[in-house]
Design a protein. Sequence first.
Length: 163
Amino acid sequence: MKLSLIVAMDDNQVIGLNNDMPWHLPNDLKYFKKVTSGSPIVMGRKTFESIGRPLPNRHNIIMTRNEQYTQEGCSVVHHWEELPPLVKGEEEVFIIGGSELFKDALNQVDFMYITKIYESFDGDTYFPTINWDDWTLVSEQLGELDEKNKHDHTFLVYRRVNK
């Protein structure tokens, strides 16, 4: 099983502001859907609450320290050790945020799917520092600009080379 993360970030590794994304980029939402559809997704409680509902065609798994937390249509775990039985037999599992989960998972993931947005936004949530020596770029696709997608962006996929 491949463990991957998927994230959109700006030039300063900003990933959020006030429990939301500080940009509007429909291309990234389509990319996210295409990449994660049919696979389990793991997210923190705040990320789930910012989305507001389970995402369709995906096993939604929420990780929270709150032992009493439940959410209809989702599995809830409290520790990384609880994850393997829920995703047994899956080809790829995606960590989708937030920052605490990314920080915990960064040294464990095999792939990073990064939508790089070439601007600086105000933010209060950041992606952790990446040791680029551990990663190699395997795919790069320029995002198309139009009236709905006004921010220069690229879809990047990195594979871990050192664990």
